[in-house]
Ligand binder design. Structure first.
Ligand SMILES: Nc1nc2c(c(=O)[nH]1)N[C@H]1C(S)=C(S)[C@@H](COP(=O)(O)O)O[C@H]1N2
Ligand SMILES: [Mo]
Length: 402
């Protein structure tokens, strides 16, 4: 990997212009694909520039009118989020030679990606969604003295993609099984931390409860192609149902651990804390995604008549049970129909409500319910870092029908 350590913490973490650029982007509630494209940062230069809102070099959001009706999000549109600078392309020069260290097992060992590919293969659809997706809807409701930092994502820091890889369980079994007392799966990202900076502050190392061993995979392929560097190639730890940050890219160590990592990204970042408290390991970690949905079409003014109101819903950890749609901002609701394939509880589903719309003003919203009875709230409880927004009110679409 690159020996150029000349960049400093600021560059590694991404330019500070984020807030300014984001504020101007965020002021109109949705940015549609028709808007002129800004050039993309080099590491995602292969993506569709018309598909993405560039909040910063490391935070790129997919435009809302591009979710489409075919369930799977194409890679060239999928949002990108790197907490630290993405590794150089050389990281995928020898994919099968990529080394992963396994610990917390009876026979600890370093395996190559080539070894892992020989051990098993499964394929799985999951919703990949940044923990801060929808933060904009919290920000919009802050009172004068309240402040929240972070990217003002609306709905586009999300996608539904198909991964192929080996079940972690298979690998652990091949290494003699877990040692006693372990409670977490801890994955470490392979970004090189520049010398002189504290690795604990920067390293992307996440711990999730051990029960996820039932479905965590180590994935080398997304939507039928070798995993790109932007999305974590050559190898990524996928924790189905868990929000973005738990899906560690460039995974170089997988350890079954007694405690959660003390890396900053786990200990104090990505915690649900109040507006006034400083986050600490005592606050709940941002792990499981809650039930959520939003409208994907129409997003703009329409001619009066028959309209197919479509949207997406995810159950997080659970199957979806139903989605209701309201055309009047939540006063009255009608049950929508699920359409298209059901790719399992970790994927999202497309829904549609055919509606006849006479001229007037409409506020389109959707509200999903999962099979365990969890329902999207009108608004999510405010938390200091703006994580986990799943309210139905925030992503409301106001349109005029003439
Ligand atoms: N190694 C590593 N893994 C990472 C990150 C990162 O910066 N480095 N960012 C996390 C966050 S916050 C999110 S939202 C997702 C984004 O995944 P994507 O860029 O493939 O869309 O990756 C997660 N995994
Ligand atoms: Mo994220």
């Amino acid at each position: 990997m690159g020996k150029d350590l000349s960049f400093g913490r600021r560059e590694f973490l991404g330019a500070g212009l984020t807030a300014v650029a984001a504020a101007s982007v965020g002021s109109s509630s949705e940015v549609l694909a028709q808007q002129p494209a800004k050039p993309l940062p080099a590491y995602v230069g292969w993506k569709d520039p018309n598909a993405l809102i560039i909040h910063s070099d490391q935070t790129l959001e997919m435009k809302r009118d591009l979710f489409g009706s075919s369930l799977i999000t194409p890679e060239d549109r999928l949002f990108v989020r790197n907490n630290v600078k993405a590794p150089p392309d050389s990281i995928v020069a020898d994919r099968d030679g990529w080394r992963v260290e396994f610990a917390g097992v009876k026979e600890p060992k370093t395996l190559t990606l080539g070894d892992l590919k020989r051990m098993g293969v499964v394929t799985l659809a999951t919703v990949l969604q940044c923990s801060g997706n929808g933060r904009k809807y919290f920000m919009d409701k802050l009172s004068g003295d309240q402040k929240m930092s972070g990217t003002p994502w609306t709905v586009g820091a999300s996608g539904c993609v198909i991964w192929s890889g080996v079940p972690l369980k298979t690998v652990i079994a091949a290494l003699g099984g877990q040692v006693t007392g372990v409670k977490y799966i801890t994955g470490t990202g392979g970004e090189e931390i520049p010398a002189g900076l504290n690795p604990k502050d920067l390293i992307v190392e996440r711990s999730v409860p051990l029960k996820n061993l039932d479905h965590v995979i180590l994935a080398w392929e997304m939507n039928g192609k070798p995993l790109s560097v932007a999305h974590g190639g050559p190898l990524r730890m996928i924790v189905p149902g868990y929000s973005g940050v738990n899906n560690v890219k460039y995974v170089k160590t997988v350890a079954l651990t007694v405690a959660q990592t003390d890396a900053r990204i786990q200990s104090t970042n990505y915690r649900y804390h109040s507006m006034t408290e400083k986050p600490s390991p005592d606050h709940p970690a941002v792990w499981e995604q809650p039930v959520k949905s939003w409208i994907t079409s129409p997003l703009t003014d329409k001619k009066a008549g028959q309209v197919q109101v479509t949207g997406l819903a995810l159950g997080g950890m659970n199957e979806l049970a139903r989605v209701d749609v309201s055309l009047d901002g939540g006063k009255t609701w009608k049950e929508a129909k699920f359409v298209g394939p059901d790719l399992g509880r970790f994927a999202w589903r497309l829904f549609v409500l055919p509606a006849v719309m006479p001229p007037g003003e409409y506020t389109l919203v959707s509200r999903a319910r999962d099979a365990k009875g969890n329902v999207q709230p009108e608004d999510s409880p405010l938390n200091g870092s703006g994580y986990g927004y799943n309210g139905w009110r925030g992503p409301a679409v106001k349109i005029m029908v003439a």
